[in-house]
Design a protein around this ligand. Structure first.
Ligand code: FAD
Ligand code: NAD
Ligand code: SF4
Ligand code: FES
Length: 804
């Protein structure tokens, strides 16, 4: 049988998924040609948010690479835009002048970002957030500019804002409505979300209408309708999208907001179909992948001549992809005359749950703070589940108590695990039992679950665990250190030790990295692991360090640096203070500030002045920029305070002198207080000491930052020497077993206090740890002094005009 010609316009998520569905049915029916305006093969647009947030890389979001097209005999024309359809002659015309005949034509042209029609919207530094190119523009801009304004506090705007914060920018979100994500949330959840994001460092201007973007060539700021202004050197427009229909419209296809389609995705023109964000079904153009994939399934069956149910529209559910925030919304989430809400608000835990009922039917839900019940509620909404009065409130209680806390165990087989791809628990179990899948990646390949936003991965892993029991190889679920490798941190460290690897490049080569140069996640991590394993031999790779560590000073908003000299135990003297004062005058340092760690911060130092400032100060670096020991805060203790029972300053100074400059997975802060009043805040440090009658209490895993955590009491010891010895072993164990960039507070939560105690209780192990610590300490040098004495480094790093 001669194959029919199937042409797809739009190489995006919905169109190519429809083609995959066609190929699943038969590879013999069609000769397929795909046109795509972008230069890339089919990629996961959803993960652009994760690329911007630094969780993955552009090269790792490809869904189907160029080989896939070849293997399936698909003609792919990238960087080629279809500009016209001649439905009479049944061909499409491209911007390169090609005329491609079709028997069946699918339009999947997606959406275009809505750009506010205001003066200045075309200035340099104003961008949408839709594709790889936009993402690259933002990544690049963040290297040279500092102030970002995101217009639009919807899903896209907030995910972009989080990404820009991660890139070190100052971010203000400008939103039209009185609360965030008003299209997905009610005012309570919207306000809770705002508070949480403010804690993360985002600023908000609500109920603001942008009137103008001003600046010379590049944007310099925004002007609002109330006359106020905001400075900005990067502006992201995230105010919604509109279906990309222009070409279809001009070719005579019926278009409303989107390309109008019926229940089989047919347009008004025979043999022309539309799918994805460009299509409008029953008056709705959808903007999330789940409905688009449902459409693709129906369309594929229809054009392959396989019997199918009609597409009847979709109920939507959304989840915000911002780490540290759980927000879920589904269905009809606002209460009205005929819809009543049941709400639970845990003010202490900041958890808000709401379900909306029409009569006894669940029609919508909003969850904030804990979205683990999202899938279950979404399944009930989809099924229009009829619920009795007694069930109403219990639905908002955590499920799974009777199944040992496992939410997944308590789910029915037909309940959806992967919302994006509509994959049920039963379908995953079937893939495990009948197709032999035994890892999340295999489930992804078999069922598509976790292939889109990836948010369902933990649930997929739980289904695997429940189904395979003890035969489930948990290590397959290990977290790779980055997307350049499938190896976890423990595997990489083990290989470094076993194979005696000594260079970053060598690790990448020998362990089969997928990239030649690695990425911003793995390079600093490998640099740390290599140094930790081979302290005396490894030569630190400056280029693999984050900018502050490379420059040995903290870069500030305006491109100047801050300099914090070491002040052991927060104790200083007149000579040091005099020298600091002289340096401040000589280099015209604009701000001198006392830090929370009891030292002096010189802010606003010019890059080229750094080595001269360090030379004149003649004090050791305080490592305020480093993944290393920061400060040892002390109270005045027994020498001066009438409550003091111990020499807190003495122990603090000894600790700081011993461990200064030590490289650790993340920063480490210590504090020593001489009595339980704990004036030095010892309970909120990575290691804290509290003087008691006859000795010291040692607390570990405390944190006073974004995730506040009180320290756990590790030991009570009698002498300062014992305290030093335990600190040494404890810190070394943290160095050897934590993930790079894992604070002690997170590490303790992960490995458990009992585990750490059991390691340190073992005298043999403790001794070995202390010995390895001594080895690590034996090679430390003061970096400021080294640079001051090294003309070459001084020139390269501090006298070049280009910012490194
Ligand atoms: C940053 C970001 C995060 C997102 N996060 C989520 C999420 O978490 N969950 C979710 O469900 N959805 C999310 N979305 C939305 C989701 O990505 C879209 O719904 C989905 O990509 C739409 O698929 P599509 O194929 O219809 O359009 P697209 O993926 O946009 O594909 C259309 C393609 O067609 C090409 N094209 C257009 N016209 C022509 C022409 N005439 N000739 C040739 N080629 C043409 C375009 O260049 C484009 O490559 C997100 C979107 C963005 C931008
Ligand atoms: N996690 C996810 O599911 C996810 C993530 C990103 C994007 N997306 C999808 O991508 C598409 C685009 O997202 P979006 O957030 O741009 O669309 P959206 O329509 O959901 O939100 C746009 C927001 O911009 C606000 N807005 C409109 N005009 C404004 C103005 N002049 N000034 C300030 N604010 C204004 C609106 O009030 C609205 O809340 C949507 O379809 C969305 O569903 C989804
Ligand atoms: S912690 Fe105790 S000893 Fe130290 S300053 Fe406070 S009250 Fe005095
Ligand atoms: S829920 Fe998005 S990939 Fe499964």
């Amino acid at each position: 049988m001669e194959k029919k010609k199937l042409v797809l316009v739009g190489n995006g998520m919905a169109g190519v998924r429809a083609i995959e569905e066609v190929l699943n049915i038969s590879k013999e029916l069609f000769e397929i040609t795909i046109f795509g305006s972008e230069p890339h093969p089919n990629y996961n647009r959803i993960l652009l948010s994760k690329v911007l947030q630094g969780d993955t890389d552009v090269k790792d979001i490809t869904l189907n690479d160029f080989d896939w097209y070849k293997e399936n005999n698909i003609q792919l024309q990238t960087k080629e835009t279809v500009i016209k359809i001649d439905s009479g002659k049944k061909l499409v015309v491209t911007d390169l002048g090609r005329m491609e005949p079709y028997d069946e034509l699918i339009l999947a042209t997606g959406s275009v970002p809505f750009i506010l029609p205001i003066p200045g919207a075309d200035k340099d530094g104003v961008t949408a957030f839709r594709d790889i190119q936009d993402t690259e523009v933002m990544l690049e801009a963040s290297k040279n500019y500092k102030k970002a304004a995101v217009i639009g506090g919807g899903l896209l705007g907030l995910e972009a804002a989080r990404g820009l914060l991660n890139l070190g920018m100052e971010v203000t979100v400008i939103h039209l409505a009185p609360y965030l994500m008003e299209r997905q949330l009610d005012p309570t959840a919207g306000k809770l979300l705002q508070t949480e994001l403010e804690k993360q460092g985002m600023a908000f201007l609500l109920e603001k209408q942008t009137k103008e973007i001003f600046g010379a060539d590049r944007v310099e700021g925004l002007r609002f309708s109330d006359g106020t202004e905001l400075e900005a050197d990067l502006v992201i427009m995230a105010v919604g999208i509109k279906p990309n229909v222009e070409m279809a419209k001009q070719s005579g296809i019926t278009v409303n907001r989107g390309i109008v389609v019926n229940d089989y995705l047919q347009t008004n023109v025979p043999d022309i179909y539309a799918v994805g964000e460009c299509a409008e079904h029953n008056g709705i153009p959808y903007g999330l992948v789940a409905p688009l994939y449902e459409q693709g399934k129906v369309l594929a069956k229809y054009i392959c001549g396989v019997e199918t149910n009609p597409y009847q529209g979709s109920v939507l559910s959304t989840q915000l992809k911002v780490s540290g925030v759980e927000v879920f919304s589904a269905g009809d989430f606002m209460e009205e005359e005929d819809k009543k809400a049941i709400k639970v608000f845990d003010d202490q835990e900041n958890i808000y749950k709401k379900m909306v009922l029409r009569g006894n039917k669940l029609v919508g839900a909003v969850l904030f703070g804990d979205s683990s019940d999202g899938n279950r509620l979404f399944s009930m909404i989809q099924k229009q589940a009829d619920i009795s009065d007694t069930m109403k409130v219990s639905i908002l209680q955590p499920l799974g108590q009777e199944t040992g806390g496992s939410l997944v165990a308590a789910m029915d087989d037909e309940e959806i695990i992967c919302g994006c791809n509509g994959v049920s628990k039963g379908a995953i179990i079937q893939a495990i039992q009948q197709k032999g899948c035994s890892s999340v990646d295999e489930i992804k390949a078999c069922t598509s679950a976790s292939r889109s936003c990836g948010g369902c991965k933990p649930l997929v892993a739980e289904v695997l665990q429940l189904t395979l029991g003890s035969t489930f190889d948990g290590s397959v679920q290990k977290e790779a250190i980055c997307t350049c490798t499938t190896l976890s941190r423990d595997e990489v460290v083990e290989e470094i030790r076993a194979k005696g690897l000594t260079h970053i490049k060598e690790v990448m080569n020998v362990l089969g990295w997928s990239t030649e140069e690695g990425c911003s996640k793995c390079r600093p991590a490998l640099n740390y692991y290599l140094g930790m394993v081979n302290p005396t031999e490894y030569e630190d790779e400056r280029e693999s360090r984050f900018v502050n560590e490379r420059m040995h000073a903290n870069i500030q908003k305006d491109g100047t640096y801050s300099v914090v000299p070491r002040m052991y135990g927060g104790v200083t003297n007149s000579q040091d203070l005099r020298r600091i004062a002289d340096v401040v005058d000589k280099f015209e340092i604009p701000l001198v500030k006392l830090t929370g760690g009891q030292r002096i911060d010189l802010l606003g130092v010019k890059k080229e002045d750094l080595p001269k400032v360090w030379k004149d100060l003649d004090m050791p670096s305080g490592f305020a920029y480093g993944k290393s020991l920061r400060t040892v805060k002390t109270c005045v203790g027994e020498q001066f305070c009438r409550f003091g029972t111990q020499d807190s300053m003495g122990l603090g100074i000894d600790l700081e002198k011993k461990f200064e400059g030590l490289q650790t997975p993340h920063k480490v802060k210590m504090a020593v207080s001489a009595c339980p009043r704990s004036c030095a805040e010892s309970g909120f440090k990575d290691i804290g000491f509290i003087g008691i009658d006859g000795g010291w209490e040692i607390y570990i895993g405390g944190n006073g930052g974004t995730h506040v955590r009180g320290g756990d009491l590790l030991y009570k010891v009698k002498t300062a020497e014992e305290a030093m010895e335990i600190t040494s072993a404890y810190l070394q164990y943290y160095r050897e077993s934590a993930n790079y960039l894992e604070r002690t507070s997170a590490w303790i939560e992960r490995v458990g206090l009992e585990h750490v105690r059991s390691v340190l209780d073992d005298q043999e192990k403790r001794k070995e740890l202390s010995t390895r610590m001594e080895e690590a300490l034996s090679v430390l040098k003061d970096p400021w002094k080294e640079i001051v004495e090294d003309e070459k480094v001084k020139k390269e790093l501090f006298e070049s005009l280009v910012m490194s």
